[in-house]
Design a protein around this ligand. Structure first.
Ligand code: ADP
Ligand code: MG
Length: 266
């Protein structure tokens, strides 16, 4: 029986804007166990990003209990929350959020600088993460010199570099064409096959079916929680890029996540 990594109990989040209060999360209960791959779906404004920001320790709930890897984090102070975020969470955003003046390598090294790792270890970790997403030939490129799909792969590498327990992604394919989206999903599926716990938001049913579980939210509440059977599951077949096809989706990604490669690869 896998251990719970994320345990949310009666989580609420209320935004106060002058005299108006917005209830973005209205009592969310959710348990995600180690090694799961979960899609969060729901209409615009239903609280998906708010939920991800709470899960990612980017924001605190207004009330409720949140345990991450067994540790209660709902009421930690800013410094402690940042520390938990650095050690346990890799976060991927829809718009990549890369620093424009830094190369791919420097962007991926950033979280390792925050962790106080030595220059050598940092470089080694960042290069391994970039190789895991098939970008070992692009490490000195600036974000503007990369396609959208490549930029998102750099962002995935940055999320991986710190060897997080959980990868969170808020609409990771939202800005990508379908082929680039498939490549990113192939990488994320490979990471999950290597043992990484994944929670991602998408509004695309086809993308969601890359996951084994779909949680549907509406008006700040969980409306449904479905299991995706093997027959209905989408496997992101390697498309085009040899690097993604031969390496990233299986062995090197698994090496970065610190878990054994998936049996048989893909
Ligand atoms: P989704 O990601 O599902 O589109 P969000 O979590 O972004 O939804 O938003 C949920 C609700 O909370 C919306 O009504 C939104 O307007 C509101 N909201 C989100 N962030 C803020 C904020 N920083 N201040 C005030 N209201 C917010
Ligand atoms: Mg959102």
């Amino acid at each position: 029986m896998a251990e719970p990594v994320i345990e949310l109990c009666a989580i609420t989040k209320t935004y106060r804007m002058g005299s108006v209060t917005v209830s973005a999360l209205a009592g969310v209960d959710l348990v995600v166990t180690a090694g799961e791959m979960v899609a969060i779906m729901g209409p615009s404004g239903s609280g998906k990003s708010t939920l991800m920001n709470v899960l990612g320790c980017l924001d605190r709930p207004t009330s409720g209990e949140f345990r991450l890897a067994g540790r209660s984090v709902a009421r930690l102070g800013d410094d402690q929350l940042a520390d938990v975020r650095n050690r346990f969470i890799g976060f991927v955003f829809q718009n990549y959020n890369l620093l424009p003046r830094l190369t791919a390598l420097q962007n991926v090294e950033l979280p390792l600088i925050y962790r106080g790792e030595s220059t050598g270890r940092r470089r080694q970790g960042a290069l391994a993460a970039l190789a895991a997403v098939g970008l070992d030939q692009r490490v000195h490129h600036l974000p503007t010199q990369l396609s959208g799909g490549q930029q998102q792969r750099v962002a995935v590498a940055r999320a991986l570099a710190g060897r997080p327990q959980v990868l969170l992604a808020d609409e990771p394919t939202g800005n990508l064409d379908s082929r680039s989206g498939q490549e990113v999903m192939g990488i994320i599926q490979g990471l999950n096959a290597g043992g990484m716990t994944v929670v991602m938001v998408t509004h695309d049913e086809h993308i969601a079916r890359h996951c084994r579980r779909i949680v549907r939210v509406f008006d700040g509440r969980v409306l449904a929680d479905e299991t995706v059977g093997d027959a209905d599951r989408t496997l992101a077949l390697p498309t085009g890029s040899a690097a993604v096809a031969t390496g990233a989706a299986s062995t090197p990604a698994a090496a970065v996540s610190g878990a054994p490669p998936p049996p048989g690869g893909r």
